[in-house]
Every structure is written in C-alpha cells, then in structure tokens.
Design a protein around this ligand. Structure first.
Ligand code: HEM
Length: 529
C-alpha cells in the first residue's frame, strides 16, 4: 500500500479516536506501547498454546535466559539441568521448547517436515551450507552432490592420508616428546586437547585442502584462529542477527572469517591451476570430489560459491566435532583408571607390533574400545549447542503437550543421552552398557551424530579418525593425570563420580580451559620401546 494512503488512513483513525493534537498523539502512542509490554507477557504466560509446558516463568516471557546460556557456551549444561528439573518437555523461551525424549527426537529428525530454524541460516558466511540451509530441497541436492565424498568406500580409499596426518602423526610427535622425558623418570608432559585439535585440522587439510597444514609440528595457529573466529561469529550471528549489520561489533571474529574465505578461495584456485597444467587431478581427496560434485539425480553441478561454502564447512563441521570427542574420551579414560587399563590391555594384546599403525578395521574389531567410544559419545556428545527445528503447520504432540505450528523444538542430545528413563546411572561413565547381547540396540540409541534426513554426513570420516587415533595412542603410551592437576580420578562430583573438566558449547562442546585442564604425563609403554 502506498505511503500516502497509509497516512490518510492513519489521520482518519486518529480523528475517529479524537486525537487532534501532538500531545494526544504522544499519549496514545505511549499507551499502545505500555499495553503491548503488559499484554505480551500475559499472553505468553497464560494464553499461549505453550502456556501449559513446564519451565521457568522468565523463560516463558523472554528469550534472554536462553540466549545468555547459549552465548556463555553453557547450553549443554543448561538444557540438561532444565530437563532434570522440569521433565522431558521444557519451555526454554516464549516460542521454544526442548525435549529429552529420544523417540520424539528421532520422529522430529526422521523427515524434512521439521525444518532447521532461521537460527542456522543466520549463522551463514557466504551462502547457506549443507549444514546451515533451512531449505530441504537445497539440502537434498547438496547431500546428493557431496554424498560420494563422504561414503565409507571413499573415506577408506583415503585412510592412509587420515592415519598419516592424524593418528600416526600424533604418535610420532608424542614419541619425540616422550624421549625428552628422561629427567622425569621417563614421563613427559603433553597437552592432549592441543594434540587432537591439531591433527583433526591437519586431516581436514590433507583431505579438503590438498595438504596437511602441519599444525601439529609447527604449532601454526593462524588457520586455527580463523576457524575459531568463524565458529564464534556464526554462533553470535545466529542468536543476534543484528550484529552482522554493525561493522565495528566483533571485528576480530569478522576479520578471521574473511581470512578463512580468502584462504579457501585461493586453495580452490590453486587446485584448478594444477589440474589445468597437468591435465589431471594431483590426488584423489575430498577437495577433488567437491570440485567435481554433480547431483546424480539431475546432473546439477556445484557452483563456485557453493564450493567455497562447503569447503569452509569442512573446517567448521569436521574439526572441533572430532577433536572434542577425542578429548572427552581421553579425559574419561584418565578419570577412570580401571577402564583405561582394560582398554589398553585389549589393544596391546591384539596388536603387539608397534612398527605399523593400527588401521580402522582392526581397531573397530575391539568390542571394549568400541564401547568406550560410544560411552564417551553418550556422556558428552560433541554437538551440544542449540539445534532448533520448526514445528510444521498442524502442530505436534510432544510428551502430552500440543506444540503449535511455527513454534520451535530444540534438540538436546546431551539431555536425551543422560535421561534416567533411558539409561541406568546416566551420569556414570560405564562402557559395559555397550557390551553383551543388547549392545547393538544400545549403540543405536546414541544420537551423537543425530539421525534421520540431516544425520551427520561426515560420520564415516569421524569414525575412522576416532578409532585410529585412540587405538594407536593408547597402545603406544602410558598416560596419567599430572600430580598437580585440578581434575582427575580423585576429584569427585556430587554423585561421587570423577568430576568432568568444565566444558564450553558453541554449537560443539569442548573443554572450556584446555590450556589449564588438558595436560597429561606420557611415556612410551614398555612393549613399545
Ligand atoms: C565425532 C565427530 C562428529 C560428530 C559427533 C558430529 C555430529 C553431528 C551432528 C549431531 C549433526 C547434526 C547437527 C544438526 O542437525 O544441527 C551433524 C551434521 C553434520 N556433520 Fe557432523 N559430526 C562429527 C564429525 C563430522 C565430520 C568429520 C564432518 C565433515 C568432515 C561432519 C560434517 C557434518 C555436516 C556437513 C553436517 C550437516 C548435515 C546436514 O545438515 O545435512 N561432521 N554432525
């Protein structure tokens, strides 16, 4: 409607209401605003279809408590505490609820009916990526275009690279470190978070950028800081989209994002140049599969902007997720020495020859190692940020509450996997739950990689990394928590279990203070020297 017509109608309305002076107009506007601020909370608290859903009253009227938890990196704890206090369905914000019920979560994830919310799109850098797109069609096309790059047979064909720049690189690095440990009765000190984080990025370098970044050896932190900046900025933009329009806000993170984009563009340009010069790809890796990506259903090729977007995503989705899982797994082993001893014994007796790396198939054949990894993924799923889905029109029955269309349901893998209705002693690290006749069923109930149509597309690569890194370092090294460590087997939490080191969840959840809490003493095991 043209502005002049709106103005005419406004004047007529003002006349009908008897508003003739500026003072009257100000009073009327103030009254409207006041009414709005009084009536909105009343609506959310008592009249909204979500009014019956349990949760704190403040959350029912405001997004602030939830946003504060998300921005402080506490969502993984916050959602668990909310569910422990209020039950399987909780109202987290005026328009958002969360569920800790695995079966409902699976139903929500099974199809594209529950779309990812705008929260994802707002975090985007160049274009919406395979991960962030809220549009089912874009996601389907992209998954068809890139699915082959992540298929198990493709990842297996790259296993040598994954081991060389991942597990074996870390073994060699720590061996050299252990040799320097003579002065301390053979024990040397290493930061395991830094080791895992470096190799996770080096593996993505090897597969997605044409060469390892060599971060483990050089400690070059540039690319790490760009990735961290991009991840933080994406999280901030998702909660506060306005920040992208204010150039001076979060300048450092925005600069990091731009550097990451330039780096990705130059990587692609370099690969294309090499192909042009030699007439063939220099190697078969994920970068090559991405460049050649075609949708087998329609023949649609990936565009240049889409390509850059997805390579950036490789860094964001494929590094912290894996390295955090490795860090949590090792932390649990260090905190539970009996479990640590048992898993090492299994690995060392199955693969006594230290001269060659243990490969994925070999490591995977060990039931106790498998149980340890699943238990770690259950206790601390590394993707534990806010993962909101939009309820389709028609609504959804969730745990006895009608959730109307357009509301959002936040997935809470961390809360699902510590739900006492599903898991016996949920807050205790107990790999045995994944052994025995019901092991397969229990493993299927772990949702750390999500499920359904938007299940993690990179999980095959993640599994190869998790198994090979853990099997090789646990075989090679004795490890213990340093004596001066604040956390370890001796420090118990309120239920008498070893306290976890504090975590921080910015979409992925990792150790909050790795430079303080993630040290270990290592030495080569007697069978390795
Ligand atoms: C232990 C390691 C990993 C864990 C626990 C994990 C977990 C997850 C989870 C829970 C999701 C769903 C997120 C959501 O719905 O919002 C997801 C999606 C995704 N993951 Fe992973 N991930 C891991 C490793 C990887 C790796 C190594 C890559 C790639 C190199 C990767 C790429 C992706 C992508 C592209 C998606 C988006 C899929 C879609 O929306 O269709 N992930 N991951």
């Amino acid at each position: 409607m043209p502005d002049s017509i709106i103005a005419k109608h406004a004047i007529e309305l003002a006349k009908e209401l008897g508003i003739s002076s500026t003072a009257d107009a100000i009073i009327a506007a103030a009254t409207c605003i006041l009414l709005y601020f009084i009536s909105t909370p009343i609506y959310h608290l008592f009249l909204s279809p979500l009014a019956r859903v349990p949760g704190p009253r403040l959350n029912a009227i405001s997004n602030i408590p939830l946003n504060r938890a998300v921005l402080a990196g506490n969502y993984h704890l916050y959602s668990r505490q909310m569910h422990e206090k209020y039950g399987p369905v909780v109202r987290l914000a005026p328009n958002k609820v969360s569920t800790s019920n695995t079966s409902d979560t699976r139903t929500i994830l099974a199809t594209h009916a529950f779309r990812k919310s705008q929260f994802y799109d707002q975090g985007k850098l160049i274009l919406p990526s395979l991960f962030s797109t809220t549009d089912p069609e874009t996601n389907k096309v992209r998954r068809r275009q890139l699915g082959n790059a992540f298929a198990m047979h493709t990842i297996r064909s790259m296993e040598d690279l994954v081991i060389q720049d991942g597990a074996w690189s870390l073994v060699k690095h720590w061996r050299a470190l252990a040799e320097s440990g003579g002065a301390n009765n053979g024990w040397a000190r290493a930061n395991y978070y830094q080791g895992f984080h470096s190799i996770a990025i080096d593996v993505i370098g090897a597969l997605g950028f044409g060469h390892s970044f060599g971060i483990l050896q050089s400690g070059n932190a540039e690319i790490i800081s760009w990735i961290n900046d991009a991840l933080k900025m994406s999280s901030i933009r998702s909660s506060y989209p306005i920040t992208k329009h204010i150039p001076w806000m979060f300048k450092k993170y925005k600069r990091g994002e731009q550097q990451l984009i330039s780096f990705v563009k130059s990587t692609v340009a370099e690969r294309r140049k090499l192909i042009q010069e030699t007439g063939k790809p220099p190697r078969e890796d994920i970068l090559q599969r991405f460049i050649e990506a075609v949708d087998p259903a329609t023949g649609q090729k990936i565009t240049e902007d889409e390509l850059h977007t997805e390579i950036i995503l490789l860094n964001n989705a494929g590094t912290d997720t894996t390295s955090h899982t490795l860090s949590w797994t090792l932390m649990y082993l260090l905190h539970y020495p009996d479990i640590h001893r048992r898993v090492c014994k299994d690995i060392r007796s199955a693969f006594p020859d230290h001269s060659a790396p243990i490969r994925y198939d070999e490591a995977k054949s060990l039931p106790y190692l498998t149980a340890v990894i699943y238990e770690s993924l259950r206790m601390m799923p590394s993707v534990s940020g806010l993962l909101p889905r939009v309820v389709p029109s028609g609504g959804f029955e969730l745990g006895g509450y009608h959730i109307p269309g357009k509301s959002e349901i936040c997935l809470a893998f961390a809360a699902c996997q510590r739900n006492s209705e599903m898991w016996d002693e949920p807050n205790r690290f107990k790999p045995e739950r994944f052994l025995g006749p019901h092991a397969d069923q229990r493993m299927r109930e772990v949702m750390a990689f999500s499920s359904g149509v938007r299940v993690c597309i990179g999980r095959n690569l993640a599994w190869v990394e998790l198994y090979t890194v853990l099997a090789n370092i646990l075989r090679e090294f004795d490890m213990r928590v340093p004596e001066d460590s604040e956390y370890g087997p001796q420090r118990k939490n309120e239920i008498g279990e070893p306290a976890e080191i504090p975590g921080a969840a910015f979409i992925t959840c990792g150790p909050r203070n790795p430079k303080v809490d993630c040290w270990i003493d290592i030495r080569r095991h007697s069978s390795a020297v």
